[in-house]
Design a protein around this ligand. Structure first.
Ligand code: ADP
Length: 428
């Protein structure tokens, strides 16, 4: 563990720490961010009315639109000369939002990423092949800073140029790699087609995030790269990667949210009401230590569940994998659909790979989804039996009839280094 005293802190102490930090944050934003002062004044709230994290539901949510309305620096709580770095979201869902960091914020960013790296299996002295994009996106520089802090050697490859990535994996011999899960798929396939046996490479751990993924991809990547693959989650508005991390020995049980810095809630996506632990809803974060851009109850739009794990190695709460973004949810003939649900069905089927795409069209007044999915090498894409079985399984599991198009390996677009769009919406 990187910080055992914090990572295993008893819950009552953690609550006390959160309470102290929350009260400091509230004082700061009330004094320094006109937007928050107004929001609180309108509700007749003073910072002292929020005594602990349990009082947070008294406050409204902060949403991406609020960041856009105050573009670029309107929500900053620090003057320009105290800002040490500026990043932006990837802009996956529209105009990017701008975020700032003080030196201390960057220090905490390094700390939570270092903590996450150790949780994923990395150790000082190892080399990190960092295939997250460098630039405004927080992935590349975020992982870089944390790995340096931990005492790793960073290989700042950035995303893309797959051939070069393979050469680096072979020649520079990193023990750890980080990238998006879809790019890890690309890399594992490229290794195979080059005839490289992944068992000959020293890479042992893959840290994958920035987009939703399921066990189907984990299995493909673990076999294809000969690694143990864990999930890292984060978003620029809260800090970047390292908001939460799955532990390598607890794979499949959720990712620890570093709640000494980021306090999570899960709320109903329609009413906004807080949900009990274990129920699925929108993840909301309050930053507890951010200086440059503290956010209260930030509506991430990401759908998941949170729950404590009494058998976990750490005390912090765990989040389930993200099902998808609330605004990426398809509503098909009255049924809610995320692409990860189809991915989960594919995982349960032999002869199929998690290389797939959903094509959404409108026939007359009815929306229709076609699942294009590649068969495994050697399997027959003409097999009506396989096609019918997938169709039936999707119908039984998700409750929707979808058209199925089985494809030869290599027909579905691959990630070229970043996040991959799994859904093609042709309705408009
Ligand atoms: P953008 O929202 O423009 O993509 P970011 O680059 O900050 O901006 O990405 C943050 C978003 O990426 C998260 O809100 C979430 O939707 C997604 N994301 C990040 N990590 C994961 C992960 N491990 N699993 C699923 N989704 C993730």
């Amino acid at each position: 563990m990187y910080q055992p005293d914090i990572e295993t802190m008893p819950l009552d102490q953690l609550r006390e720490l959160q309470r102290t930090r929350l009260r400091q944050t509230l004082e700061r934003v009330y004094q320094r961010v006109p937007f928050y002062r107004k929001v609180m004044d309108q509700r007749g709230l003073k910072p002292q009315d929020i005594q602990s994290v349990e009082d947070l539901p008294k406050l409204p949510f902060t949403r991406k639109e609020d960041l856009r309305d105050h573009y670029p620096y309107g929500l900053f709580a620090e003057p320009a000369d105290r800002i040490a770095r500026i990043h932006a979201s990837s802009g996956t869902t529209g105009k990017p939002t701008v975020v700032g960091y003080t030196r201390r914020d960057l220090d905490i960013f390094d700390e939570v990423v270092a903590r996450s790296l150790v949780c994923a299996g990395a150790r000082p002295g190892m080399k990190l092949h960092n295939a997250y994009g460098y630039g405004l996106f927080t992935g590349g520089l975020g992982m870089h800073g944390g790995a340096s802090r931990l005492g790793m050697a960073v290989i700042p490859v950035s995303g893309g140029m797959t051939e070069r990535q393979l050469t680096i994996l072979e020649d520079f011999r990193p023990e750890v790699i980080c990238c998006t899960p879809s790019y890890a798929q690309t890399l594992s396939e490229a290794l195979q087609s080059r005839g490289i046996d992944p068992a000959d490479l020293p890479v042992q751990y893959a840290i994958l995030g920035a987009e939703p993924w399921t066990d189907a991809i984990r299995q493909q990547v673990e076999a294809g790269l000969h690694v143990q693959a864990t999930n890292i989650y984060g978003l620029s508005e809260i800090i970047g990667p390292g908001v939460s991390q799955e532990a390598v020995d607890e794979r499949g049980t959720g990712s620890y949210i570093w709640e000494d810095h980021f306090y999570p809630e899960v709320v109903d996506r329609d009413s906004g009401e807080p949900l009990p632990h274990g129920e699925e809803g929108v993840l909301v974060f309050t930053t507890l230590t951010k200086e440059a851009m503290p956010l209260l109850r930030y509506w991430t739009n990401d759908i998941c569940r949170i729950q404590y794990d009494p058998n976990g190695s750490r005390t912090h709460i765990k989040m389930s994998p993200i099902l998808g973004r609330a605004d990426d949810m398809l509503i098909i003939r009255g049924v809610n659909l995320f692409h990860t649900q189809v991915e989960e069905v594919i995982e349960q089927m032999d002869y199929l790979t998690p290389n797939y795409q959903l094509i959404v069209t409108r026939r007359g007044s009815l929306d229709q989804v076609e699942v294009r999915v590649e068969v495994a090498a050697g399997a027959n894409p003409e097999s009506t039996e396989l096609r019918d079985r997938l169709q039936q399984k999707i119908k039984d599991t998700i409750g929707l009839s979808m058209d199925i198009m089985l494809e030869q390996p290599g027909q579905i677009p691959r990630s070229q280094g970043g996040k991959l769009a799994r859904v093609v919406d042709q309705r408009s």
